[in-house]
Design a protein around this ligand. Structure first.
Ligand SMILES: Cc1cc2nc3c(=O)[nH]c(=O)nc-3n(C[C@H](O)[C@H](O)[C@H](O)COP(=O)(O)OP(=O)(O)OC[C@H]3O[C@@H](n4cnc5c(N)ncnc54)[C@H](O)[C@@H]3O)c2cc1C
Length: 400
């Protein structure tokens, strides 16, 4: 694809220059011209009010997908224990299914996993595609991708959602590739376009500096992986009515590329931020590893966990699993106390689901205050110990 600008039509307004993320357009003698940084992404075309920019690609006709129906969620489980991401996706799936008036299904693969069915029902699955086979006992890319691709080809869903977990990030592109589908990875928001009912898939782009919303125009199902912790797990409202659609699995030894000899679980070290009700998070403003001590004391007083920004992890003040944000964990505590954190978009991406946010920062213009329910402008080295003491005194009074 190549772009061209008709200089007779161009009025030199500069809108295309502002929107181009690559610096691929510039103004010469009052007219916009493309330079060698243009990637022909086409983002400028719609901003040109005088229609001076065109591409040599003819608009492809969008196929009729009316026979693709239903919202599907991959029911990830390990050793018969469902992942949290599964319930979060079912929570999201319930609202998408309601908006589109389509059925919500879970796709469950494994071996002797019948007990998982009840949980999937409770979280709103109206149908479960169930595939059981010894070779599906532990997750393996090839057998899982093969079986899921077959179920999709047979039943034609409209939307297929997978958690952006370690397994999901491996599985989703394999399925998309096998079926020549589009895939939007690591979404943080999914809604339905009220105009045409298609799925609007939002994810950070350009190094997290902008949020891009993507539509899958030319293939079905619309496939997306969703960051764990972003959506809310929600039990179904009414009594669970659920069909089971069994899939006959024919897997042969040659369908697996690896043979699992033994499963050795790594001992989980560090904190469990995913389940924490209170998180005390530190940023560069904490100043040092020793400075983190006061955050640990506050977390202890509140029965919470300590987390941090990428800066804090890079400084070595906290381990990497404590990082909250776009490239760290996504958390949803009841209370998030941000201490000495500026509130960069990449950090906010990981904590916006918190119920309440308290920000402590000595700069009253720090962006973290935009997302805080309560803001304290001050030195955290004074505020945090005062806060901790007040909590400890209160606990002592209550005898807890
Ligand atoms: C692709 C990409 C991915 C990223 N992913 C992540 C991510 O997952 N998580 C993440 O956190 N960041 C991430 N970042 C980095 C992010 O852009 C910011 O640089 C980072 O979040 C800033 O960390 P900070 O708030 O600790 O530090 P700063 O931005 O330096 O802010 C420090 C704040 O502390 C305040 N302060 C200083 N001293 C005190 C004091 N004594 N008392 C009170 N306040 C004080 C200052 O006013 C300031 O607001 C990513 C960046 C990129 C490009």
């Amino acid at each position: 694809m190549a772009l061209s600008i008709d200089s007779d039509l161009c009025n030199g307004c500069g809108k295309c220059i502002e929107i181009c993320p690559y610096g691929g357009v510039e103004l010469k003698e009052g007219k916009a011209v493309l330079n060698d940084r243009c990637t022909a992404c086409g983002v400028c075309i719609d901003t040109c009010k005088v229609e001076a920019i065109s591409s040599d690609i003819e608009e492809k006709e969008i196929p009729d997908f009316s026979d693709f129906k239903g919202i599907w969620v991959f029911a990830e489980q390990r050793d018969g224990v469902s992942s949290r991401a599964t319930f979060e996706l079912l929570g999201l799936g319930q609202s998408l299914a309601q908006k589109l008036n389509q059925e919500l299904s879970a796709v469950l693969l494994g071996y002797e996993v019948d007990h998982v069915i009840e949980e999937l029902k409770a979280f709103g699955a109206q149908n479960i595609y169930l595939a059981q086979h010894k070779l599906l006992t532990h997750y393996q890319t090839n057998p899982y991708a093969k079986v899921i691709s077959e179920i999709i080809a047979e039943h034609k869903p409209n939307i297929f959602l997978i958690g952006a977990t370690t397994i999901g990030r491996d599985l989703a592109p394999r399925v998309a590739m096998r079926l020549s589908l589009g895939l939007t990875a690591d979404c943080t928001e999914l809604t339905v376009d009220p105009e045409d009912g298609s799925l609007l898939q939002t994810r950070p782009a350009f190094g997290g500096n902008v949020m891009a919303t993507i539509k899958t125009l030319y293939s079905r199902p619309q496939m997306a992986t969703v960051r764990p912790g972003v959506m809310e797990a929600k039990m179904a409202d009414g009594p669970a009515q659920c069909r089971i659609t069994k899939k006959d699995v024919s897997l042969l030894d040659k369908d697996r590329l690896i043979k699992i000899l033994e499963v050795v679980r790594e001992k989980k070290k560090g904190v469990s931020l995913a389940d924490a009700k209170v998180i005390v998070a530190g940023g560069r403003g904490v100043g040092s590893e020793e400075g983190m001590e006061s955050l640990f004391s506050l977390a202890e007083a509140l029965g919470g966990e300590v987390a941090g920004t990428r800066m804090v992890v890079e400084e070595g003040w906290l381990p990497v699993e404590s990082q909250v944000g776009q490239t760290g964990q996504t958390v949803r505590p009841e209370l998030y106390i941000a201490c000495g954190i500026s509130g960069a978009i990449q950090h906010r991406a990981g904590m916006l689901g918190s119920r309440y946010v308290i920000a402590i920062n000595r700069d009253e213009r720090a962006p973290i205050f935009e997302v805080a329910d309560w803001g304290i402008v001050g030195d955290l080295h004074e505020v945090v110990p005062t806060f901790t003491k007040a909590m400890m005194d209160r606990r002592a009074k209550q005898g807890t």
